[in-house]
Design a protein around this ligand. Structure first.
Ligand code: ADP
Ligand code: MG
Length: 350
């Protein structure tokens, strides 16, 4: 996990910008029928015929969004792609292409960028998207990575944040909070490592949490599952900032309120054990953790029977009139206003 100082290091300046682009983008193949021209010209050419194109971009800054002390470069590349594909899936669209832009200082040898691109190419392969372009430039110190994802959808299939109705059910896929606790575990190990570099950590008890942090997956399977069940969600968003803040986005965009039930929020057993060990409240983590990349959506009440008991989905609440507000109904049956607190607020609390 920690950087191997004995690896071969080829300086970036030895290759030059064009040499570097050529090196990084070698062996990139085009598989999508919608890609007419990929890397190698001034712009890529795409053709979606009668479908709509869906586009989303993320910008990741070293030291702000990732820490290379415990984020291996291959994982960073993989995750950077996945978080963008997740945004496309949250529109109920199918990801088809990505572009990759990087700024690096000469602190990084070519071998490091190869590792980054191994992760990027792996994610592109697994999710079947074409890498059709990007930009490569230098930075004075840290690494900057920006990925743009493109997807396709039939116009009628696209799901916005704004469509939730006042009696709709609120549904989440998978479980939440684990990626945040994975980060807490990794940060603790980083500190232990700084004190005693020979310490070999035993992380078995946290394997799921760490995987959720280092190797998240986009829920591109959900669109097909919902289609097969003949359920068309009324609104949808992916969970990048935390369950609470995403629920608030759906409510505000749709002009509705919400009751969220604490006892319904799906969490993994490893999360429960680790929260106890770290003495952190499980619900606080589940609500505010972020980076789960699960999908959060609303469905009409009459679709309840179609998803009831399906292991992919948990009904965690229902929408209400906007005037009733947005609340968490606790296990003790008290009503607490939902707040949008990202990671910073969570960290300040500890
Ligand atoms: P331009 O000068 O028009 O910006 P570049 O020389 O930067 O062109 O890029 C040449 C080709 O390589 C373009 O197709 C561009 O999209 C692609 N490209 C550049 N950098 C990257 C990268 N980091 N990853 C993938 N493709 C890239
Ligand atoms: Mg360029």
């Amino acid at each position: 996990m920690i950087e191997d100082k004995n690896q071969q290091r080829t300086s970036l300046s030895a290759m030059g910008e064009f040499g570097l682009i050529e090196h990084l983008t070698r062996n990139i193949e085009i598989t999508q029928p919608t890609t007419i021209a990929g890397i190698g010209d001034d712009a890529a050419v795409l053709d979606f015929k009668d479908k709509k194109a869906v586009v989303s971009t993320d910008l990741l800054i070293e030291g702000v969004h990732f820490d290379l002390a415990y984020m291996p470069l291959k994982h960073l590349g993989y995750k950077a792609v996945v978080v963008n594909l997740s945004d496309i899936c949250a529109m109920n669209a199918r990801p088809t292409q990505i572009t990759v832009s990087i700024a690096v200082s000469n602190r990084f040898p070519i071998e490091a960028l190869d590792e980054l691109y191994d992760g990027i190419k792996l994610a592109a392969k697994i999710y079947g998207v074409d890498i059709v372009g990007g930009d490569t430039t230098s930075s004075t110190k840290g690494m900057i990575l920006s990925i743009t994802a493109i997807g396709e959808a039939e116009e009628n299939d696209i799901i916005y944040r704004k469509g939730a109705g006042t009696t709709d059910l609120l549904v989440v896929t998978g479980d939440v909070g684990s990626a945040y606790m994975g980060l807490q575990v990794l940060e603790r190990e980083k500190q232990v490592f700084q004190v005693n570099p020979n310490n070999q950590p035993d992380l078995d008890a946290y394997s799921y949490l760490i995987e959720r942090q280092l190797k998240p997956e986009a829920r591109r399977d959900i669109n097909d599952i919902l289609k097969a069940l003949e359920v068309q969600p009324t609104s949808m968003i992916d969970i990048s900032d935390g369950l609470s803040s995403e629920i608030i986005h759906l409510c505000k965009n749709s002009g509705v309120g919400c009751n969220l039930y604490e006892e319904k929020i799906p969490v993994d057993p490893q999360l429960i054990n680790t929260c106890e060990e770290f003495n952190i409240d499980i619900t606080t983590v589940a609500l505010n953790g972020g980076e789960d990349y699960e999908l959060l959506f609303t469905i009409k009440m009459e679709d309840f029977e179609k998803i009831k008991g399906n292991p992919n989905f948990t009904i965690i609440g229902h929408m209400v009139q906007e005037t009733e507000g947005m609340h968490l109904i606790t296990r003790a049956n008290t009503k607490i206003p939902l707040k949008a607190r990202g990671w910073n607020a969570l960290e300040a609390e500890q």
